[in-house]
Each structure stands twice: as C-alpha cells, then as structure tokens.
Design a protein around this ligand. Structure first.
Ligand code: UDX
Ligand code: UDX
Length: 466
C-alpha cells in the first residue's frame, strides 16, 4: 500500500480547516498543508493570537496550537502544495447557483472544476483526490473526466469522503464520529485508495466506523442524511403550528414520540426554523437531481421540507407583528441571537436574517445582540438579500455589545438563537428597562414560561398557545 506522507487540502473554510487540523493532530507522521486563495483567511489561520482563527469551534484552537507549524501548515501557495501532496482534499465552497440553468437549486460547481483543472495542470505524480465538499451525485465523474484527460500519464483515484460535522461541535464530531464514509471505485486501485484513506481515520476511530461504498452511494448519502435531519425539524415545526392553535404543547409531543425507539429523541426541537450552510442547499440539490431524472413526485416531496421551513420563519415574524397590535412600524425589537445556532459565529441561512427582513418590511427598528456575530456580518447578511438599500439597513438596524442595551426601551425581545447565556440573563432588570407591556417571543423555547410570566412579561413561544 502506498504510504501517504503529505496531504494538501484546497479550501480553508469551516470544513477544511477543522478537519485537517484534527487529521494533522492525530497523524503526526503526515504533513498536512491547507491552502486557500483567500490571503486574509490564511493569515487568520496563521495568527499568533489563537482567538483570531477564522473559524470558532470549541476545542479547535487547542488542536491548532498543538500541531501548527509542526505538521500542520496554512498557506496560499496552492500549486506547491498540490505538487508535493500524495493525497488532495477538495473542500471549496459549492454555493447554490445564482444564475443560469438550475438557478436557486443546483450547486455551483465552478470552484470544484477550477480545483480539478488546477490539479491536472500541476500534478507530476500519482494522486488520490478526495471530494470533501458536498456535491451533487456524479460530480466525481466530472472531476475524473478532467483529471484523466490531461494526457501527462499521471494516475488519479477519486474518492468521496463527505463531512458530517455539525458546527459548534465540529471537533467532537470529528474525534468521535458515528461513521466516516468513503466512496470510491470498486477496482483494485480504487479499493486500495479507499483503504489508504481509511487507515488515516483509523488513527483514532475504530475500524467498524469507517464505511466503504461506491462513489455514487457516498455522494448521495451525504445529501440524504442532511435531508432526513432537516425533514425531522420541518415535521416537528409543522406540528408546532398546530400546537399553537390547540392546547397541545410541542415539547410534550416531541418527548412522547421520541420515546418510541423507532423514532428516537434527537432533532425534534421545534424552532424558528433551521439554518446553516448545508440543509437548504443540500435539499435543493436533491430536488434538482430528482427533477433532472424526471422524478417530479420525489422532488416535490423533499421541496416541502424547505417550504415548511420558510413558513415557520414567516409565521414567527407574523406572530410578532399581530401580537404587537398589528403594527411594528417605529417599534424597537431586540433580537437576541443572530447565528444560525448556538456556539458558532456562522450566520449562513440563519432564520434571524429572514425574520428581520419581514419585520424591516414593516418598518420595525431592530437592535441585535449576539455574543459572537459582528455588526459587519449582520449588515452583510441583510444587504445580501437586496430587499432595501444598504443605507436603509443601517438606519433601521443597530448592533450592540450587550443584552441590556438591546432591551432598553424595546417593545419586544425575540430570541432567535439558543445561546446558553440567554437563560441566565437578569430578566427582572431587563423587564424594568423595556416599554410596557413587555413582550418576549421565544423562537427557541429556552426560557421558563412560569418564571417569565411571574416577572410580568407577555411571553410567547413556538409550539404553545398563549
Ligand atoms: C464548503 C462547502 O460549502 C460544503 O458544501 C462542503 O461540504 C465543504 O466545503 P465550508 O468549508 O463551510 O464548506 O466553505 P467555506 O467556509 O466557504 O470555505 C471554502 C474555502 O475555499 C474558502 O475559504 C475559499 O476562499 C476557498 N476556495 C474557494 C479556494 O481556495 N479556491 C477556490 O477556487 C474556491
Ligand atoms: C448539519 C448536519 O447536522 C451535519 O451532519 C452536516 O455535516 C452539516 O449540516 P449544522 O448545519 O452545522 O450541521 O447544524 P445542525 O446542528 O445540524 O443544525 C442545523 C439547524 O437546525 C440549526 O439552525 C439548528 O438550530 C436547527 N435545529 C436542529 C432545530 O431547529 N431543531 C433541532 O432539533 C435540531
């Protein structure tokens, strides 16, 4: 078996950075170089001050501190790293297309293709190329076509090794993965490549957790895993709407059904809607693939998961408007949380963005407090929607550094992210600072209803009638 001495990873993002840090940490004999075309990002990965790493993940800075500049390197010298590596991970972003055929649904593969062409141009000896980015099924074929048609005699094995790490627990998910999936050709050289990659993960995971499949199964499994997870959230969120109309309590329903071992208790928390870079994008991709193969019923079935998610965000915003006497114009609404979930600074597809957008359309004034998200990011997220001018976003939205400033003279507080610190806030004194009646809309169901009511709040939460 060919030994891997050097690994290169193209793309120093949320996936590439943490994954490679853990591999380097667990495989001290392998030199790992993470490259990116974004100079600022690489500089941040190399920052002496570990609090300035571009990705915030519990446990990440310790891992980076241990391995960086020993066998873990961050660099912008893409060609050099490709040339030297035995194994190349592709971990660049694959956003939903914003133009042309498949607009709004298909994954934009231009960065993947650029990577493949770059590898084809630079490589002088045999390489194992690993797709780490989540990709539509059969993308490996496109990568293969590009690599195998260079005519310079270099042999490539293409593997699919999708990531199942969730943000906020990425390091733990990597260290204690339920499973690692490795897809590749069932030829002798394909099997050998799968075994080589397996042996890397077996540095810290038991062998039986590393699953080998064919390429297409591996690519599809990633999309399907995310679709099933998102589907559970949309399922319980759809029921939360029904609970609000009746005397049922969505948490009690979740607990009751989750006790059935066939259903299981996880991922049944009703919320203001799922966000993050993966769920929506992966389902849109699945929908697009199904349509491409003429499976319109299957496409519609999965599309409904996204429709319910959009409905949930809209419903939350509309409940705020109707409860505040049908007008929020000129009213100050404090947003607690902007990240798409706790313990991350990531805001991609965060429900907060869409709830804010709906309220801003009604001329509300929003004051955001999030322990990890910068003002710059909040404005960038709103500007990206293109609903109103950048000046208007800055006029209507303020971003502050503490929850008190946000609550001061606010008509309502809306909880958008389930940060632990929100449970411990001095709610009595926040109540004193707000205009009365003081409303709290809990989109994450993290507060104690009886306690909030005893203070005097008009307290609403997802999945429960008043
Ligand atoms: C990305 C994909 O979005 C996801 O589908 C996949 O599972 C893993 O890779 P993420 O790491 O979160 O996820 O993306 P991002 O944080 O945007 O990082 C991608 C990096 O690739 C960026 O830093 C970008 O500068 C870099 N890149 C992109 C290159 O170095 N070269 C390119 O040609 C394109
Ligand atoms: C997800 C998958 O979990 C991971 O395996 C995959 O590799 C990438 O996509 P991530 O997006 O980081 O990870 O976060 P996740 O913890 O899955 O949460 C996604 C969204 O669903 C968040 O907005 C979260 O708040 C929401 N959620 C989750 C709920 O609303 N209710 C739940 O019960 C669980």
């Amino acid at each position: 078996m060919k030994e891997v001495k050097k690994i290169c990873c193209i793309g120093a993002g949320y996936v590439g950075g943490p994954t490679m840090s853990v591999i380097a940490n667990k495989c001290p004999e392998i030199q790992v170089t993470v490259v990116d075309i974004n100079e600022k990002r690489i500089a941040a990965w190399n920052d002496e001050d570990l609090d300035k790493l571009p990705v915030y993940e519990p446990g990440l800075k310790e891992v980076v501190a241990e391995s960086r500049n020993k066998n873990l390197f961050f660099s912008t010298e893409v060609d050099k790293a490709i040339d030297e590596a035995d194994m190349i991970f592709i971990s660049v972003n694959t956003p939903t297309k914003t133009y042309g055929k498949g607009k709004g649904e298909a994954a934009d593969l231009k960065y993947i293709e650029l990577c493949a062409r770059n590898i084809a141009r630079v490589a002088k000896d045999d390489k194992i190329v690993v797709e780490k980015s989540t990709l539509p099924v059969r993308t490996a074929q496109a990568i293969k076509d590009i690599l195998h048609n260079t005519g310079n005699g270099v042999k490539y094995e293409i593997l699919s090794n999708p990531e199942f790490l969730a943000e906020g627990t990425a390091i733990d998910d990597l260290l204690n993965a339920d499973r690692v999936l490795i897809g590749g050709d069932d030829t002798p050289s394909g099997k050998e490549a799968k075994n080589i990659l397996s042996s890397i993960y077996e540095h810290w995971l038991p062998k039986e957790r590393v699953l080998q499949t064919n390429l297409w199964s591996s690519e599809l499994s990633k999309l399907v895993a995310n679709a099933f997870l998102a589907q559970r959230i949309s399922s319980i969120n759809s029921i939360s709407a029904l609970c609000e109309k009746t005397d049922a309590n969505v948490a009690e329903v979740s607990r009751a059904i989750g006790k059935d071992s066939r259903i299981g208790p996880k991922f049944l928390n009703a919320s203001v809607g799922f966000g993050g870079s993966c769920f929506q994008k992966d389902i849109l991709n699945l929908v697009y693939i199904c349509k491409t193969y003429g499976l319109s019923e299957v496409a519609e079935y999965w599309d409904q998961v996204i429709k319910i998610n959009d409905y949930q965000k809209r419903r939350f915003a509309e409940n705020i408007i109707s409860t505040l006497y049908n007008t929020v114009s000129g009213k100050k609404i404090a947003f607690y949380g902007w990240a798409f979930k706790k313990d991350t600074n990531d805001t991609r597809e965060s429900a907060a963005i869409y709830v804010a957008d709906t309220l801003l359309e009604e001329q509300a004034e929003i004051v955001v407090y999030d322990p990890k998200v910068s003002a710059e990011q909040v404005y960038a997220d709103l500007d990206y929607l293109n609903t109103r001018s950048e000046a208007e976003n800055r006029r209507l939205v303020k971003v502050v550094n503490n929850p008190e400033e946000a609550a001061k003279e606010a008509h309502a507080i809306a909880i958008l992210t389930e940060w632990d610190e929100f449970k411990e806030l001095p709610w009595e004194s926040l109540y004193e600072m707000m205009l009365k009646p003081a409303f709290v809309f809990d989109g994450r169901r993290i507060l104690d209803k009886h306690y909030m009511k005893s203070i005097g709040f008009d307290y609403y939460r997802i999945g429960e009638g008043k």
